[in-house]
Design a binder for this molecule. Structure first.
Ligand code: SF4
Ligand code: SF4
Length: 387
């Protein structure tokens, strides 16, 4: 239902919380047609319309009644690519969510997530001291001011058992190439990217300030991120808070090392592989070639492209805090990716983001396709191809 009254005070609040382009929207609706919610059936799909949401914000949230809809956007940025007014739709969504979360009305399913990030510095309910458990059995160097790079491992790859393999593979690749790097460990906090997208500005500021002080005190100059979400927030949101470093995604660094002849992948894969472009690596950060060049360097990796790829890649649905959402089977974006990959004859669907890995694996398992399609992270393919 379209709202009828405008709350000017609330509209100003939302604008001040990041929705600076809210009033540029002229309600043409071009954004709505590009949204992946148009590709799946179900209750959320029927209710969620990003054009309506822009209008809701313009009206100062008058008429707001469904938190499920407000928190449905995965911040994939697809809709923004087609807006004739250049509306920063994702920032507007963030501003709107702030008006709800900032008033202490975060959806019930998100409260433990936000609470864990407040108390433990990560959203996965993991004790702070266990942040380094993934390193067991490995000789991971500690960062000191003399190391060239600080390796920032995403919380997901510190605490989620499956995802720890990503941190281990990246470590192995960096060590093989002789990169000077180190980790800090238990003092690190979540980058806060998802927390900010969920509208918890206070929590984001707390996490960011804690990291900025820690990294600067330790003498960090260059950061390698394992996740495109950490990459994006360090590059785009930390500088104005005092965190200014050279930040690079691991695929970018490995591509450089490959070109410099410091890394090679002699072991043959012998499989057909499709690459899923993560939204925060691709559309948000413009990195499309690095993962493809790395994959092309693996002998026996027969690469193929998904129908929606690169700038038009289809979101896995894990961004914007959606990784913590329960979505019924048959309504998940990831299922479209699995169908596409299987239909094209891929034997492996790989990606380079821990959230995508999680969402695609869930979709593959729920569709019972794990016998025909392996889901993995690019670093795992690369590490397995080292001699
Ligand atoms: S495409 Fe842009 S101007 Fe058109 S409805 Fe969407 S946000 Fe508004
Ligand atoms: S950012 Fe993605 S999920 Fe959100 S409204 Fe735009 S297209 Fe839909």
């Amino acid at each position: 239902m379209e709202p009828k009254y405008v709350s000017l005070e609330m509209r100003d609040y939302i604008t001040g919380m990041g929705a600076e382009t809210l009033n540029w929207c002229m309600q043409c609706g071009l954004c709505t047609n590009l949204c992946p919610w148009r590709l799946v059936p179900g209750e959320i799909s029927e209710k969620f319309n990003i054009r309506h949401m822009q209008r809701l914000g313009q009206m100062g949230m008058e008429g707001f009644e469904d938190e499920q809809v407000l928190f449905a956007c995965s911040t994939c940025s697809m809709c923004q690519t087609n807006c004739p007014r250049g509306v920063k739709i994702v920032d507007n969504v963030r501003g709107m969510r702030s008006s709800i979360v900032g008033a202490g009305m975060a959806p019930a399913n998100l409260r433990p997530i936000l609470g864990s990030a407040h108390a433990q510095g990560n959203p996965w309910s993991g004790p702070r001291e266990k942040r380094t458990d993934w390193q067991q059995g490995l000789d991971v160097p500690q960062f000191d001011g003399d190391k060239e790079y600080f390796l920032f491992v995403c919380c997901h790859s510190c605490y989620d058992q499956r995802s720890t393999k990503v941190a281990k593979s990246i470590t192995r690749l960096l060590q093989r190439a002789g990169v000077s790097f180190g980790v800090i460990g238990a003092e690190e906090s979540c980058c806060g990217e998802s927390m900010r997208k969920l509208g918890d500005e206070e929590l984001f500021q707390k996490l960011a300030q804690s990291n900025i002080k820690l990294f600067n005190d330790k003498g960090v100059k260059k950061i390698i991120t394992t996740s495109p979400h950490c990459l994006w927030t360090f590059q785009n949101e930390y500088p104005e808070l005092g965190g200014e470093w050279e930040v690079i995604h691991y695929t970018q660094l490995l591509e450089q090392l490959l070109e410099d002849g410091k890394l090679s992948f002699p072991e043959s894969l012998g499989k057909r592989v499709a690459f899923h472009d993560p939204c925060y690596l691709g559309r948000h950060s413009g990195i499309y070639e690095a993962p493809r060049k790395l994959l092309a360097a693996v002998p026996g990796a027969e690469t193929l492209e998904l129908t929606r790829c690169r700038e038009m890649s289809l979101c896995c649905a894990g961004g914007g805090g959606r990784i913590w959402a329960e979505v019924p089977m048959g309504e998940r974006f990831g299922e479209l990716r699995i169908s596409d990959a299987v239909g094209k004859g891929a034997e492996i669907l790989t990606t380079s983001c821990p959230y995508c890995l999680n969402m695609l694996t869930d979709a593959c398992n729920s569709m019972d396709k794990q016998e025909v399609l392996e889901i993995n992270e690019l670093s795992e393919i690369l590490a397995a191809s080292l001699a």
